[in-house]
Design a protein around this ligand. Structure first.
Ligand SMILES: [Zn+2]
Length: 394
């Protein structure tokens, strides 16, 4: 059999940063055969500066918003951002298809191998069918008025069934956010059988908690602007948004909480009290948080609590690039106490496990085919800098 042999200054196997004495051996297709000592590796070892890591997993993206690159101003806060998104939905299908293809290719070249992608319509299916990336499709549904719950559910179910036909084992139906889904609609989503992996935008702005705790904040402005009178059905819960809606998401075995910018220790404690059959995962999209709210989530708090963390890029509407290394760089710059090894695990092993793709992706375990990425331009000590770059080598 013919082999490929790879060696870097560091070899990250999905959980641990190994030193340069370790050589990764794969077959020609990239299936991992073994990791051996340099003394046993024989000839023809390809050597790289920096880190070799399994391919990155982007757990949160909106491929269908790729045409909105650069359209929305930064640092406006979430509610003006959402209003801008709603006002800017006038691209042609051709523009949308071209932008999705470019975004998909950019992700591939920056070392991403799989994506958890939010879809509100079926436009991304052709791109996903021909893509070299693996996708898990989160078909998103929203509607805050109880009167439209059934209608919104049925519309989303049509999109869901179309995806399910094309991607039978990698399609979910998911709620958009606590502030945009009625109790009735949560109930309908939760009633769907065989929907074990879910995702929800969570605590992306302080207004979201305020909306549930005191009824104040900018979401009132949002509903006023889009002409929805929430008074007849809106009820305060006196709890944070996360604590308010968690009981309404009872079926999924895994729930990705996306953003978590304003999640507190008390919220984390509430999650710890959930049934062990239900796993909650914090999906961080730090560059999007800086873009929209100019604020970062309490990552050190999640780390101290041993929470499960994965990474996402969000979309081109709120990020200048769909690049997981850029997310890693931002986290390492702002949280220098968190070991690089941990952040790399969030970007690889944890992401693959979260999306149910860990049988083939996320680590250099024998038999897997996770893709191989080289992170170059490190410091002498092996730290990531703003100049570091990621490149797919297999
Ligand atoms: Zn999002």
């Amino acid at each position: 059999m013919e082999y490929n042999k790879f060696r870097g200054d560091f070899l990250f196997n999905g959980k641990t940063l190994l030193d340069s004495n370790n050589v990764l051996i794969t077959n020609k297709e990239g299936v991992v055969i073994d990791i051996v000592s340099i003394n046993d590796a024989g000839e023809d070892v390809q050597t790289f500066d920096g880190i070799l890591t399994p391919g990155f997993i982007n757990c949160h993206c909106h491929l269908e918003l790729s045409h909105m690159k650069g359209l929305i101003p930064e640092h406006t806060g979430l509610v003006p951002f959402i209003l801008s998104i709603l006002q800017q939905r006038h691209a042609t299908e051709d523009e949308i298809f071209t932008a999705m293809q470019q975004a998909d290719e950019a992700m591939l070249h920056s070392g991403i191998v799989a994506v958890g992608d939010i879809s509100n319509n079926a436009l991304s299916i052709p791109q996903k069918q021909k893509s070299k990336l693996q996708y898990h499709n989160f078909i998103e549904v929203s509607g805050f008025s109880p009167a439209i719950a059934q209608m919104r559910f049925e519309t989303a179910l049509t999109v869901y069934n179309t995806f399910k036909t094309n991607f039978p084992s990698s399609t979910s139906l998911v709620p958009h956010a606590p502030y945009s889904v009625s109790k009735e609609l949560f109930g309908l989503i939760d009633s769907l059988e065989n929907n074990p992996l879910s995702s929800i935008h969570n605590q992306e702005t302080p207004d979201e908690n305020e909306f549930f705790l005191s009824g104040e904040g900018k979401f009132n402005l949002l509903y006023e602007t889009i002409g929805v009178d929430i008074k007849p059905f809106y009820k305060l819960t006196g709890k944070t948004s996360l604590q308010s809606v968690l009981p309404l998401i009872s079926k999924p075995k895994k729930l990705l909480l996306v953003h978590d910018t304003f999640t507190s220790q008390k919220d984390i404690d509430t999650l710890k009290g959930l049934s062990p059959a239900q796993k909650t995962i914090f999906c961080l999209c730090v560059n999007a948080n800086l873009y929209i709210e100019n604020k970062l989530p309490p990552i050190d708090l999640f780390f101290q609590n041993n929470s499960t963390i994965v990474l996402g890029t969000d979309s081109f509407a709120s990020n200048h690039q769909l690049n997981i290394l850029s997310e890693i760089i931002t986290i390492s710059q702002h949280f220098p106490n968190i070991p690089l090894q941990s952040i790399l695990q969030w970007a690889t092993f944890n992401g693959a496990k979260a999306l149910g793709m860990d049988d083939s992706l996320g680590s250099f375990q024998i038999g897997k085919k996770p893709g191989i990425v080289n992170i170059s331009n490190l410091t002498k000590e092996g730290s990531i800098t703003t100049e570091s770059q990621a490149k797919r080598i297999l």
